[in-house]
Structures are given as C-alpha cells and as structure tokens.
Design a protein around this ligand. Structure first.
Ligand code: SF4
Ligand code: SF4
Length: 285
C-alpha cells in the first residue's frame, strides 16, 4: 500500500497532484540522516516506472547487440558465398554472378556491415517493442487550432481512442499514464477504449495542461479516420484505424533510426535523475 505524509520521512504521496512524485525530506547533496523508514518506504509509482524503464532500456540495448551480431554473421556468410561459391547470395536468383568486392575478406565485410545492419534493424522495427515520441518539447509547440469544444458532439473525441507514444519528458513528469504492457503508448481504458485521461461524460481531456505533444499538435481535419468531409462537418464511420500493413520500407528505416535515439534519450534521462525524478546534481562539498 502506498503511504504518504511526513511521518514516514516523505512528503507528497501518490495522490498529491504532483504526478506521484515522492520527495525525501533530507536535503539533496548533503549527507543528512537517513532513517530506516526512508530506506524501507513503500515503492511509489515513480519508483516502479523507473524500474520498468530501466528494464526496457536494457532489453532494447541487448536486442540491438543481437542485431549487430546477426549483421556480422549475415555479411560474412554473403561474402564467403561470393568468394568461394562464385555466386551472389540470396535473395538474388540462383546462379547470379557475384558482385566484385575489393580488398581482403575482412575489409569487404567491414565495408558491407553498416548496410546489412540497417536492413536488419528496419526488418526488426516491424515489431514495436518500445515506442517513444521523439518530437519537440510539448510546452514549446504551437497547438493545432481545431475547434474541439465545438466539434466533440460530432466527432465524439475519437482521436482520444488512437494510440501514440509519450515522450521521455512525459515519463519524467509522471502525470500522463502509459500502458505498462506496451511501453510507452498512452494508457487506454478497457471499458471504452478511450485514453484514461478522457472524461467519459464530456469527452474532454482531464489532463489538458499536461497533455502530450501529439495531442497538442494533432490536426484531425485531413484525417479520413475522423472526417469524411470536414468542411461539411460529416464524420467518418467509426472504427477506422491505422493500417499497419501499409507501413513502407521508408517508415521501417525511420522507426529503426528512432529506436536508436530512444535508447540514447532514455539512458540519459535515467542516468541524470534520482529515483523520484529530481535531477542528479554534482555532489556538494
Ligand atoms: S477528433 Fe478532432 S475535433 Fe474531435 S476532439 Fe479530436 S482533434 Fe478535436
Ligand atoms: S491526454 Fe487528453 S487529449 Fe490526449 S488522448 Fe488523452 S484525453 Fe485525449
């Protein structure tokens, strides 16, 4: 059970409105007394999410190490096929004459590995393991000027049923909830499929001030999942979702690139904060 209150050495609990942040009383950067209570304090949501983020980061890093190993094996096998069997490796048709590659076997493999790795990473990106919004700072973007309040009776705020990824800043802030089974997609309610921050009665956003970047910038006017004809205010039939089979090779290469950036950004966020989200400052003398 989560405990809040200063009697356990902590200020602000899960429901304090500070995004689940739980702050130790001891001043940061000093060697103030640490009580047993503080050490044994119950795990907060922020502690738990930090642990999950660290595990996801480890999973992504390990997976990429496996992909790099795969790229070395595939590239070496392909080059041996060219040099020993004197044919171009699959998927070239059987008996295709080999492409001449200059230098030693090692030089050729080193030269070819980046291309093979990019293809392997793109193929792997078809499965979304961890998704993170890599866009601009949500507090700096210009919100879309869609008159949502006027249109919600027509659209039913169906954009709040779509899935999208949160940013590292959203995770650090700890207000907007994410789906622990599909990191870091917005969390949705089982009862109606809407985002957990959507009010079921008014269909308004209950976390408006903290809403993610995607919610701020999304413009539904040309989205055929929402409007058959926006100008004439004719909503599209319900139940139309993004078709994953229409993902192009370009999309996959872009996803793979973003996944590499995800690892970097998350590693930095975790390494530069304490478990309660406070920045990790240089020690004070
Ligand atoms: S579907 Fe469009 S009009 Fe409706 S709430 Fe979403 S952004 Fe606003
Ligand atoms: S955070 Fe708000 S605007 Fe964004 S999907 Fe959820 S309810 Fe909709």
């Amino acid at each position: 059970m989560l405990v809040s209150g200063s009697e356990n050495g902590y200020l602000h609990g899960e429901n304090s409105g500070d995004g689940g942040r739980t702050l130790p009383i001891a001043t940061r950067g000093t060697l103030g007394a640490v009580t047993d209570d503080a050490r044994d304090a119950p795990i907060s949501r922020r502690d738990f999410e930090r642990a999950v983020r660290a595990l996801n980061l480890s999973d992504l890093s390990l997976r990429d190490a496996v992909l790099q190993l795969s790229a070395q094996v595939v590239t070496l096998t392909d080059e041996l096929t060219r040099r020993l069997d004197k044919v171009e490796p699959q998927p070239a048709p059987a008996g295709t004459p080999p492409t001449e590659t200059p230098g030693t076997l090692e030089e050729a493999v080193t030269e070819l590995i980046p291309t093979t790795l990019a293809k392997i990473r793109a193929a792997d990106a078809r499965s979304t393991r961890v998704a993170l919004d890599m866009g601009a700072d949500k507090y700096e973007v210009t919100p879309a000027d869609v008159p949502c309040a006027e249109l919600i009776p027509l659209c039913g705020a169906r954009c709040c049923t779509y899935t999208f990824a949160l940013s590292t800043a959203d995770l650090d802030e700890g207000v907007i909830r994410w789906d622990y089974g599909q990191p870091y997609l917005i969390r949705q309610r089982a009862s109606d499929g809407f985002c957990v921050h959507n009010d079921p009665t008014t269909r308004g956003c209950t976390a408006h001030a903290h809403r993610p970047r995607v919610c701020r910038t999304y413009d539904c006017r040309d989205d055929k999942r929402v409007w058959t004809d926006y100008e004439r205010r004719i909503p599209a039939p319900l139940g139309q979702h993004f078709d994953e089979t229409k993902v192009t090779d370009f999309d996959l290469f872009e996803r793979a690139r973003l996944r590499s950036l995800t690892v970097h950004r998350e590693a930095q966020a975790i390494a530069t904060t304490f478990s309660d989200g406070a920045p990790r400052l240089p020690p004070q003398s």
